[in-house]
Design a protein around this ligand. Structure first.
Ligand SMILES: [Zn+2]
Length: 160
């Protein structure tokens, strides 16, 4: 299961980088009303639980005068619930990762995130043809000692 662990670590790091890049690119506007945020400050770390483990994102925060609320636009842009801290679906993150990975890896990510098996395309579906025939026991056995004692001419010696 070591390989699976490595894959999950890789996916988690990919997810974190993609999410952080998305967070950095999010404009400081209120996700609810669109008002430009004031008193903005960056570097608000928050840890989110994902299927690959925890990821921590640095996000900018600002105050929306119209709503009278503190807003973290990056959280809304990423589809992360800012209060729960756990988003089982994380659809925006899935889309992000899918855009960064080859299709085979993306389907793996989708499978992990959604918990739903992504069926392989019919062209690659193969019956179980794993060659698992038991190998014959081929260990080097010591050759039994040959009867070298026997003289080449074993006929009785008449010279006695
Ligand atoms: Zn607002």
């Amino acid at each position: 299961m070591q390989a699976l662990h490595d894959v999950q670590s890789l996916l988690r790091e990919t997810l974190r980088r993609a999410a952080q890049a998305q967070a950095d690119a999010t404009p400081p506007r209120c996700p609810v009303c669109g008002q430009a945020l004031t008193r903005g400050s960056a570097g608000h770390a928050r840890t989110f639980q994902t299927r690959f483990g925890e990821i921590t994102l640095q996000r900018a925060r600002g105050y929306c005068k119209r709503c009278g609320q503190w807003r973290t636009p990056a959280a809304a842009a990423l589809g992360l619930d800012d209060t729960a801290g756990y988003s089982p679906g994380v659809p925006a993150l899935v889309a992000l990762v899918a855009s960064k990975l080859p299709i085979a890896d993306a389907s793996l990510v989708l499978e992990h995130l959604s918990g739903v098996q992504v069926p392989p395309p019919p062209s690659t579906a193969k019956p179980n043809a794993k060659a698992s025939a038991p190998r014959p026991c081929a260990r080097n056995s010591i050759n039994p000692p040959r009867p070298n004692r026997a003289p080449p001419n074993s006929s009785s010696n008449p010279t006695r």
